[in-house]
Every structure is written in C-alpha cells, then in structure tokens.
Design a protein around this ligand. Structure first.
Ligand code: NAI
Length: 335
C-alpha cells in the first residue's frame, strides 16, 4: 500500500532539505505517493494570498503534508503561511519532540534531554486582534477558550498514555492573567484528573524558562498556550543544538502537517550546505503518523548514527559535509 503525501518544498533552502528528506523517506522502503505543491514568496504575491488554492486542495486530498520553509513576503500584509495553514486546517496541536543528539557537542551534552512540547496552535495572542484605541495606544487581544484548551490538554495526556510518558507540566502565568491563563489551567486540571496515573504539575512560565536551562533532563511533557509555547519551544531547541535539529508537527482532527521549524535561510540557499536534519526528523514523525513506526524508528536511528559517527555533518553544526553527503550517510546508515 502507498500513502499519499503533499510535499511542499517551499523556497530558500526548502527545496534542498525537502529533496534530502524525500530521498531518506523513500530509502526506508515505505511507498509514498508524493504530490508536490509549490509554494514560495513569488507565488504568494502572484496569488495575493498566503495559501493559494492548489496547496489547500492537495492537503484536503491527502490529509498529510511534509512542508519545507516558505519565505513570508515582506509588506503587502501577508499572514505567515504557517499561521494560515493552522487556521485553515484547524491544526490545533503543535508538537515538538526535543531530544539530545549524541555526538553533536552542545553545552548540554552531559545530560539526556528527552521532552515533548505540546503547544496550543490556534488562539491566544496569535488571534491577530489588535486595535489602536487612540493614537499611540494599542491593545492586542489574548483569546483563550475552553474548547481549545481542553483539546490541547487531552491531546498531550493521550500522547503521554500512548507513549508511556510519566509526567505533564502545564506552563502558565495565571498569577497575573487570572482569567485567561486561569481558564487554561482549569482545563488542564480537569483533563489531568481523568488521567490519574500521569503525574501532573504546574509551573509559572518565567520559572519554567529557568528550570529548562538549569535542569532540562527533568522535563517530560510540556503543555502550553500558544505564545509561551512558541518561546519555550525555541528555548528547548537551543538546548539540543538549535532550530536546525528539531522536528515539528501540526496536528488536527483530520489533517497533519509536518515541518522543520527553521526558516528558508536565504543566506545559504543554493549552496548545497543546508542541514536537512530537522526535515528528516519531521519525516520520521510523519512516518509514525502514517502507522509506519518501524520505518520511522529506522530513519531516526540512522540520523543519530550519522551524528554519533561525527564524519558527515554539515557546517552549521561544525562539520564539513554538504546536504547530499549527509543524506547519503543517513541512507547508508539505514541499510
Ligand atoms: P532562518 O531559520 O531561515 O535562518 C536563521 C539562521 O539559521 C541563518 O543563519 C540560517 O543560515 C541558519 N539556518 C536555518 N536553517 C538552517 C539549516 N537547515 N541548515 C543550516 N543553517 C540553517 O530564519 P530567518 O533568517 O529569520 O528567516 C528567513 C525567512 O524564513 C523569512 O522570510 C521567514 O519569514 C521565513 N521563515 C519561514 C518559516 C517556515 O516556513 N516554517 C519559519 C521561520 C521563518
């Protein structure tokens, strides 16, 4: 059986890392029927919208996307493609596993980091509801709803159960934002009560940021509203080597889009040195979602093996290899 997947290569280094990930996925032996949907800054400007219809139509057909970075055109008021995708397909959960990569040589090499971040993906300050009350006085609405908070909490706890994880920490600032973060916390507590064998704790976001740096190995599942989730996700990525190293998944009821979280890196585009790790690890998450867990594990272990060997890594992590050499090494490590 083959799986239908929409591949959005994107622009900048997107096509390079997408091609590398596609080669690695195909090398697992899982049959994928790739439906390529081009999306880049020029196309967006031409179409006049962040999400031209051909991209949505393809995703509505396949329900699964693998997406490279897309440059957001400057000026013209275009929303980011990612925000548009999340809203359009109701991809309410942003999931980011953050794990130490053996052999990478980060300053946190002596601790084993293995956490999964669940960030609510559709509301909070990302609703874009801003208003100039009078000149030089602006408000921005933070929207928190019971439905979205319960959804993300249920998703995180369900994952914890399935993956045999032990504890969930909800991260908030309810001491200041008593109504909005207060509602988020009440929803988390309600869901936690339905999962009594998973340990549940709460941390105020500023303290959580400090604890993440001081003892990252103590975190397991993190559950956050949108804005804190955005910031904490990048902080956590920094613990394991940066944005080029971590995968991401945007999950909805029906649809899922997997993507590297870094941008289109125009400074190195076309040079053949982009690091495809994040895109490959996102592909491994995709394989897992497609119920191909063995292939997913094989791809992830192959990437880890290449880092452990230390010979075929790209310049952003101190190596000398290009994208193609890294990809060849991953494919060789799978066989
Ligand atoms: P960026 O992530 O593209 O680049 C930041 C730095 O990291 C650059 O020095 C770049 O060379 C390096 N870098 C990033 N990914 C790398 C990789 N895989 N291998 C090696 N080096 C890598 O962030 P920046 O410059 O802020 O954004 C550039 C463009 O990307 C913007 O137009 C932005 O809108 C877009 N963007 C798109 C995203 C998406 O589609 N998911 C996410 C973030 C930004």
């Amino acid at each position: 059986m083959s799986h239908k997947v929409t591949l959005i290569p994107g622009d900048g280094i997107g096509p390079e890392v997408a091609a590398a990930a596609r080669r690695a996925v195909d090398a697992t032996g899982v049959r994928i029927d790739w439906e390529v949907a081009e999306l880049n800054a020029d196309l967006i400007v031409k179409a006049g919208v962040s999400l031209p219809p051909h991209v949505i139509e393809s995703l509505e057909r396949t329900h699964v996307g693998l997406k490279g970075p897309v440059t957001t055109p400057v000026g013209g008021g275009y929303t980011s493609v990612n925000v548009a995708l999340r809203k359009r397909l109701d991809l309410f959960a942003n999931v980011r596993p953050v794990r130490s990569m053996p052999g990478l040589g980060t300053r946190f090499d002596d601790v084993k980091i293995d956490m999964v971040i669940f960030r609510e993906n559709t509301e909070d300050l990302y609703s874009g509801l801003e208003h100039e009350v009078v000149k030089d006085v602006v408000t921005s609405l933070k929207v928190i709803t019971r439905v979205a908070s319960i959804n993300i909490a249920e998703y995180a706890f369900a994952y914890a159960e399935k993956a045999g994880r032990k504890k969930v920490v909800a991260i908030h600032k309810a001491n200041i934002m008593k109504l909005s973060d207060g509602l988020f916390l009440r929803c988390c507590r309600e869901v936690a009560a339905r999962h009594p064998h998973i340990e549940y704790k709460e941390l105020i976001v500023d303290n959580a940021a400090m604890q993440l740096v001081v003892r990252p190995e103590t975190f397991d599942i993190l559950l956050l509203p949108n804005l804190y989730g955005d910031i904490v996700s990048d902080l956590a990525a920094g613990l394991v080597g940066g944005l080029g190293m971590v995968p991401g998944a945007n999950m909805g009821e029906k649809d899922a889009v997997f993507e590297a979280v870094h941008g289109s890196a125009p400074d190195i585009a076309g040079k053949g040195i982009a690091n495809p790790t994040a895109m490959m690890l996102s592909s491994a998450l995709m394989l897992f979602h497609l119920k191909e867990p063995e292939a997913a594990a094989r791809l992830q272990h192959a990437v880890e093996k290449v880092y452990a060997g230390g010979k075929h890594t790209t310049p952003d992590v101190g190596g000398k290899a290009g994208t193609a050499e890294f990809t060849d090494a991953v494919i060789a490590a799978m066989s």
